[in-house]
Design a protein around this ligand. Structure first.
Ligand SMILES: Cc1cc2nc3c(=O)[nH]c(=O)nc-3n(C[C@H](O)[C@H](O)[C@H](O)COP(=O)(O)OP(=O)(O)OC[C@H]3O[C@@H](n4cnc5c(N)ncnc54)[C@H](O)[C@@H]3O)c2cc1C
Ligand code: SF4
Length: 478
């Protein structure tokens, strides 16, 4: 029998699995809990049933998933790690926090045929955690040093992936970040229950051990202009992310007790890292004992509701103007939040924040979903007379992020932006309108995902390498 047919016959013979809630919970848990080798081997070997790498096609960094699963199934974890780390600078991070249901696992052929996806993320995490434990993960060690230096603004996943790639090529790499810790949203956005901060910190240490210089508490625009950085380095990469929270423009929006999602999550992450924070201790950014309402339906909203549950909130509700099917956030995160006790109030939007000084509740209205717009999502409109009041002591707004005004902030009026305010780059070279200044990650794409930031950082690093070598060749020819 031809091998393709054999594979499909095996697929057809495999029994479909109808997953119970407990089993789904177990699948979720395995991302965060030890994934022992026999279970890993069992998962890895399931991939042998398939011959079509849709998972790889739908992985932004094009991980060679089928091959590293085969190697893992054969117990050759060192080779599996070598292969997996060739396309992804931080596989153990992606294994933990990629929305696999929308990427690799959602497109796994076994999932498409209702046999349940191979738990690719958990396998990626297992392979790389094993590599760390066995000492296979090494600092970037270039074969030869290059004299040219690159300045990177932003120590998030885009900046760190670029730093790793450029250092491997021998460049003198300097990373500037306005925060006191490197990692960007990996450290201060994503909650610790999804991504342990030590996992991020050991990556930063590895880069520093490999010769990357970090300049922390260094805000470009305050501590130097972009022009100064351009004079200091042969190329500059802007990977500064998007941080301007979309505001709530309703009556009562200035009451105390209404906080922006990222302020709330940064406080929670700082406290988890051992910092003492007045706004947490005085209760302004602490959900303990409170009736919490989170407004929004994206992954940031899910992080807020799940953090509030862990802080011991009295109740946690999530208000979202569309229905479950139209949510921008991962369905897996919604399921997790529900299992943890979050109440979702679908098709509802706030009309006004109530209270005298401090918020006491929200007047909300039910929404009707009309016909789908150009993006395919149904437009919500308020239903007359459907108002209701939700009591609240803490309201967290998670309405999304826009880019800051980077040209003004960096004192670089010639840095062009798109209509959305993201940096305009040449798609082929990742270069901005300023020669030798490149950009990557959310500041180009808009709020996106860690794995896309890693891909963009890698692509920008390759473009910077090409740019610097071409300049060196030109100088040599003169
Ligand atoms: C709450 C939250 C949860 C998320 N959860 C997930 C998830 O589970 N999975 C997932 O894939 N994605 C998630 N994301 C998205 C993901 O974190 C981002 O897409 C990713 O971090 C973008 O990487 P980046 O390197 O472009 O920017 P960032 O991670 O934002 O890093 C930018 C860095 O630039 C620094 N910076 C900014 N301005 C300056 C300046 N002027 N001078 C010096 N430094 C500066 C910042 O301090 C920051 O460290 C989440 C986002 C948020 C907000
Ligand atoms: S990087 Fe993300 S999308 Fe790619 S294989 Fe890993 S978990 Fe899946």
């Amino acid at each position: 029998m031809p091998s393709k047919m054999l594979q499909f016959t095996r697929l057809a013979q495999a029994r479909p699995t109808k997953r119970t809630n407990a089993e789904r919970r177990r699948d979720f848990d395995e991302i965060y809990q030890p994934f022992e080798t026999p279970r890993a081997a069992e998962q890895a070997s399931r991939c042998e049933q398939c011959g079509i790498p849709f998972c790889q096609i739908h992985c932004p960094v094009a991980n060679n998933i089928p091959d590293w699963l085969m190697l893992a199934a054969a117990g050759r974890l060192d080779e599996a790690y070598a292969l997996s780390s060739a396309t992804n600078n931080f596989p153990e991070i992606c294994g933990r926090i990629c929305p696999q249901d929308r990427l690799c696992e959602g497109n796994c052929v076994l999932e498409q045929s209702h046999h349940g996806a191979v738990t690719i993320g958990a396998m990626e995490k297992h392979i790389t955690d094993t590599a760390w434990a066995e000492g296979w993960v090494k600092p970037p060690r270039p074969r030869r040093e290059r004299p040219e230096s690159v300045g990177i603004i932003g120590a998030g996943p885009a900046g760190l992936a670029a730093a790793d790639q450029l250092r491997k090529q021998g460049y003198q790499v300097h990373v500037y970040d306005r925060h006191d810790r490197a990692g960007g949203l990996l450290i201060y956005g994503i909650p610790a229950f999804k991504l342990d901060k030590d996992i991020v910190a050991r990556r930063t240490r590895l880069l520093a051990d490999g010769g990357v210089t970090f300049h922390l508490n260094f805000a470009v625009g305050r501590d130097s202009s972009l022009t100064e950085l351009r004079q200091r380095h042969d190329a500059v990469l802007i990977a500064s992310g998007v941080y301007k929270a979309r505001p709530l423009t309703l009556q009562g929006a200035t009451l105390t007790g209404i906080v922006a999602a990222l302020d709330y999550l940064i406080a929670s992450n700082r406290v988890g890292l051992g910092d003492s924070l007045k706004a947490f201790e005085d209760g302004s950014l602490n959900a303990a004992g409170k009736r919490v309402v989170v407004i929004g339906g994206g992954d940031t909203a899910m992080d807020c509701v799940r953090t509030a549950i862990r802080q011991g909130a009295q109740s946690v509700k999530c208000l979202y103007r569309r229905d479950r099917g139209n949510m921008p956030g991962s369905q897996r995160e919604v399921r997790n939040a529900e299992e943890e006790g979050v109440e979702f109030i679908w098709q509802s939007a706030p009309e006004a924040l109530l209270g005298d000084g401090h918020v006491t509740g929200l007047r909300s209205v039910k929404m009707h979903l009309g016909v789908a717009d150009a993006s395919g999502r149904q437009a919500p409109t308020p239903v007359d007379g459907s108002q209701f009041t939700l009591p609240a002591d803490l309201v967290i707004t998670a309405l999304g992020f826009d880019p800051e005004d980077v040209p003004t902030l960096f004192g670089a009026a010639d840095l062009a932006v798109t209509r959305r305010g993201t940096l305009a780059v040449d798609e082929a070279t990742a270069m901005t309108t300023l020669p030798g200044v490149f950009a990557a990650g959310d500041i180009v794409r808009g709020a996106s995902l860690v794995v896309w930031a890693i891909k963009d950082g890698r692509d920008a690093a390759a473009a910077i390498d090409h740019f610097i070598r071409a300049a060196a060749d030109r100088r040599a020819a003169e």
